[in-house]
Design a protein around this ligand. Structure first.
Ligand code: SD4
Length: 308
């Protein structure tokens, strides 16, 4: 038994307690992601495959303007995407940031984790790595996202703080292994080279097989100052349920910077007992859960304060 299993009290009964499979994801589009993951999990697939494939579906959906293909571009009209993945079984992680021309950045992040000596690649180096590993160069801008960008240019109204929705996904498989991942095109019309929380391990996502995992969504500029996914996993390690762990993390963020009440920061979490949690600085944050019995979109209702 590892030290952290002893601390969390999970190790002693870990085989008995593990109650997978299960999946949780951010936002309404998370339902499609968790259902895709669920199909893989129910067939005995790995938590890692479930995360990658669940996220791929959202990345490839041109109608989602905040992730992958069809995501809003930066101020120069170029789509730059960020993604990360973490494997609870090995405690390995891979991420990419400021990646252009690749529709499925989560798959490149997984390749970084599994086929390179590195944990994070950015910009042109990440693109070169992706090409070497067989990923196709593609146009990520759709007619719709291009039209939005042109309208934004005409108004020249600065970064759009409302157009950002990361897909964050956490899974537990039948073997009791867990994985987490996230993928985003970041803030709409961001400064070229801007990177948020999503590709940063501990900020955009975190995973520890002994305990559970978390993923974040919202304003990366604030999220990355709090390492909230690492903190949420540590709260769970210390005995908090995923729900209470998410609420405590959001509470910590708001205690430190009350002005963050005005911005969107939200978390989802799943532990190895297949218990779910979510919390947000704003009311009505939707998230999706999947178990073999059920998949549905839930809502944090009143936001963090009203949940206490
Ligand atoms: C970012 N956190 O790049 C991401 C965007 C996001 O909900 O999650 N939006 O800042």
């Amino acid at each position: 038994m590892t030290e952290s299993q002893i601390e969390s009290g999970l190790g002693r009964d870990s085989q008995r307690i593990a109650r997978g499979p299960a999946a949780i994801a951010t936002w309404n589009f998370g339902k499609t992601a968790v259902e895709t993951s669920g199909q893989i999990l129910i067939e005995g697939g790995s938590a890692l495959d479930a995360v990658e494939k669940g996220i791929n579906v959202i990345e490839l959906d041109a109608s989602e303007c905040s992730v992958g293909y069809g995501g809003l571009p930066n101020a120069d009209g170029i789509v730059e995407v960020d993604a990360a993945i973490m494997d609870g079984k090995t405690h390995d992680a891979g991420s990419v940031a400021g990646l252009k021309h690749i529709k499925c950045p989560i798959s490149v992040a997984r390749r970084v984790m599994e086929a390179s000596d590195h944990a994070m690649l950015v910009g042109d180096g990440a693109l070169a790595f992706a090409i070497t590993h067989g990923f196709q160069i593609e146009h990520l801008l759709t007619d719709e996202s291009k039209a939005k960008w042109k309208a934004w240019l005409e108004k020249s109204s600065g970064v759009d703080l409302t157009t950002h929705d990361t897909i964050g996904l956490v899974t537990l498989d039948e073997q009791g292994n867990m994985a987490s991942g996230c993928s985003t095109s970041g803030l709409g019309y961001k400064h070229p080279g801007r990177v948020g929380d999503s590709p940063l391990i501990g900020s955009g996502l975190y995973m520890d097989n002994d305990v559970g995992g978390a993923a974040a969504t919202g304003l990366g500029e604030e999220i990355l100052k709090f390492c909230p996914c690492f903190l949420t996993v540590e709260y769970m390690r210390n005995g908090y349920s995923p729900m209470d762990a998410c609420r405590k993390t959001i509470g910590r963020i708001l205690d430190k910077k009350p002005q963050n009440r005005k911005v969107s920061i939200a978390l989802v979490a799943l532990n190895r007992r297949a218990e779910f949690g979510a919390a947000s600085t704003q009311p009505n944050f939707p998230y999706a859960i999947w178990t073999p019995q059920n998949s549905e979109v839930r809502n944090t209702k009143g936001g963090n304060l009203d949940q206490k």
